[in-house]
Write a protein that binds this ligand. Sequence first.
Ligand code: ZN
Length: 193
Amino acid sequence: MVAGYAEIVKSGLIGQESLFAWCEKHGAAVLSRDPEALAEAVRQACAFKAGVVAADEREEQKTDGRALLNLGHTFGHALEAELGYDGRLLHGEAVSIGLTLAFSLSVKLGFCPQEDLIRVTNHLESLHMPAHISDLPHRFRITDLMAHMQRDKKMQDGRLSFVLAHGIGKAFTTRDVPAEAVREVLLADGATP
Ligand SMILES: [Zn+2]
């Protein structure tokens, strides 16, 4: 439930502030399997995803487009890959942490107001969802996580591709993230040097 719900939260964070606000109000009901809340969450997430996919059906957009659906996934994939996909960390749990990392990185690079990061973190924590690397009982080394991300996204001149955000519901793609900023965000979130 938590893993699936993280992807719904992600949808709101990418492009629909009203969906995220709905999550803040009804997330606890969704996770307690309230049938009406569940149905509404799935309906809104499907409608959102259909809109994004329809607008970029063949993945031809050079910026934004379907790539926005990867918000939180560059970090998330690195955490998952590091644990070898053995069930200790579900995809959506990794995405949950990836979302706060993507917002932290957006704040660090000056794109996103700190209040929006706090709002994202508060929402995940209020539902006891994983929000930080330090929430996990495993140790992650920054160099290992960076290696996964560089493999995932082909680094060019020390710069990485990411989905970042100007705020809640305002995600965008960029190919210009300095690796050093990513390292600093990982360190602050609980990864080890
Ligand atoms: Zn996913």
